[in-house]
Ligand binder design. Structure first.
Ligand SMILES: [Zn+2]
Length: 304
């Protein structure tokens, strides 16, 4: 009997979930692939929709494979918003198939090609980490806002107001980044991280950026990268290197050890938030919080 009492609520719950269809929802449900994207969309739509992130905070989008539950979530959403530029590298086919039956927005599709950075010798390979340039991320979110209004024209007034106010906040963050990074440049510092996520940051704010691993976390750093990086750090008297939240610190720890062998003590700072937000109620739990947290950590560690 006791067993039955435990099982019954579970059965009711699964019954309720199965029968929660689009029509019965109080608000439309928008699924955004990454936590960074979901936060931006939440700011745009406000109370008009429930926005959920497919990938939880702390997850690496380059390697993420959708589960059966995820496919269910994507198919049952009223709108799916994804990053594009092959950030969700293992989900490309899913989006292609979903396009036949689902409302889909690719937030990066309208970014002018000349503003994108390439990720390798192949003409088609593009660096997906556009959110590190706050002005570029603003363009992506402005496009998402336009597409959301096309999808729900009756939201136009609210969504336009929300977007305008959010983009104004992002513009302030962008200006603050410019000011802080100028100090680092004066101090002859460079940003060295575990994977090449910060190229847009380097370009937008004019700072030299080096990554130990390729653009995608799929590739492993080689010994040659390591030796070259250690010499660079010693010669330039770089004060710190940075771990990343979604990546094992092993490779970047090897850089610190390599510097120690050359009698150059260096701080292993961070971890920086790169491809995911921090936990929901932490300072880096929003995009703005994440950018400000990162820039503060980078600034303090490199100017100490
Ligand atoms: Zn990445």
């Amino acid at each position: 009997m006791r067993k039955f009492l435990v099982i019954l609520p579970l059965l009711l719950l699964s019954f309720a979930c199965k029968f929660e269809n689009k029509k019965e929802r109080l608000k439309p449900k928008i699924v955004a692939t990454t936590s960074i994207l979901a936060d931006g969309i939440r700011n745009i739509v406000g109370d008009n929709a429930d926005v959920v992130s497919l990938m939880p905070a702390g997850v690496d989008p380059h390697l993420y494979k959708a589960s059966v539950r995820d496919l269910d979530l994507l198919q049952n959403a009223d709108l799916v918003i994804y990053h594009g530029l092959f950030l969700e590298g293992k989900m490309t086919e899913i989006f292609e198939k979903l396009a036949f039956s689902q409302n889909l927005i690719n937030v990066s599709e309208n970014i002018p090609h000349e503003l994108l950075l390439s990720s390798g010798p192949e003409a088609h390979s593009v660096d997906p980490h556009i959110w590190f340039d706050v002005s570029l991320w603003s363009l992506a979110l402005a496009h998402a806002s336009d597409e959301i209004i096309k999808w729900q024209p009756e939201w136009k007034s609210a969504v336009s107001t929300n977007t305008e106010s959010y983009l104004a906040q992002l513009s302030l963050v962008h200006q603050d980044n410019i000011t802080k990074v100028a100090e680092l440049r004066k101090a002859n510092q460079a940003l060295i991280t575990a994977h090449d996520a910060f190229s847009y940051f380097g370009k937008a704010y004019n700072l030299e950026v080096l990554g130990l691993q390729g653009l995608s976390t799929l590739s492993e750093p080689g010994l040659r990268d390591l030796t070259g990086l250690v010499s660079f750090i010693v010669e330039r008297n770089i004060h710190a290197v940075f771990a990343e939240q979604t990546i094992s610190p092993k490779a970047i720890e090897a850089v610190v050890a390599g510097c120690a062998n050359q009698n150059h003590e260096i701080e292993l700072a961070g971890p920086l938030y790169t491809d995911s937000l921090g936990a929901p109620d932490s300072p880096a739990g929003t995009y703005i919080g994440m950018v400000r947290t990162n820039v503060q950590v980078i600034f303090e560690s490199l100017t100490q």
